[in-house]
Design a protein around this ligand. Sequence first.
Ligand code: ZN
Length: 274
Amino acid sequence: MFSRLLQLFKKSPSEPKIGRIELCSLPDTVFCPVCKSKTAYLDSVDFNKSCEEARGFYLPPSGVKIQYFLCASCWFCFAPEIAAWNVKQFEEHIYDEAYELIDPDYRSIRPLANADMLHKTFGSAKIRHLDYGGGSGLLSGALKARSWDSYSYDPFTNPDLNVVELGKFDLITAFEVFEHVPNVDALFADLQKLVKPDAIILFSTLLSDGEISQEKPLTWWYASPRNGHISLFSQASLKQCLRQQGFNFASFSAGLHVAYRQIPAWSAHLFQSR
Ligand SMILES: [Zn+2]
């Protein structure tokens, strides 16, 4: 796999695979998208820093430095230069033909494993399910094949849809989505519109607590612009976003979480086992 990856990246400089990476200039003060406090510059990393570095594979440096900022009030860490991109820029520089190679589980391994987990956990419940940020819809398709009432929606592939048209759901899942989101207000406003009063939102994103601080360089493997990881949540920032929309929040691990208002009977076993 890595040899194919290198072929994609080893084009001569005169034949660039992608257009030039353009970054906006930032204001003197950058405010936190979550709590609106003033933030401080944390560190810059090369655009080609990818999550595969955790497995010992390094892309050639792009030469483009991406700035990350850290909020000292809620500890949200983010990359405002990329968050300002339009959909075309994300498609050109991040969600391109090489994306699958720096997130090899993205296309099928992760969606199918998550579909299995959901079916084992909630398979007997009569619920309406939405996989938010579901990409090609593989997870939802695997559940439909098991007679689930399941839908998939991805804001990147259908940015003009008013989510209200999708209706309301008992269960929303969002696996490895939150860290990709350029506009956190829009994400949580979407989720609020999509839930029934007694719905749950089951989602994965790796919390940054203990990994990111002003006292150390941003070497955390999950802080990877090439993967589109531009919104890195601490527990406090995640809790704040969810509370603003009236959700309670609990974590099963550093990476798997649930948000809810009232716990529906069909999911009670999930909370008892915590
Ligand atoms: Zn903040």
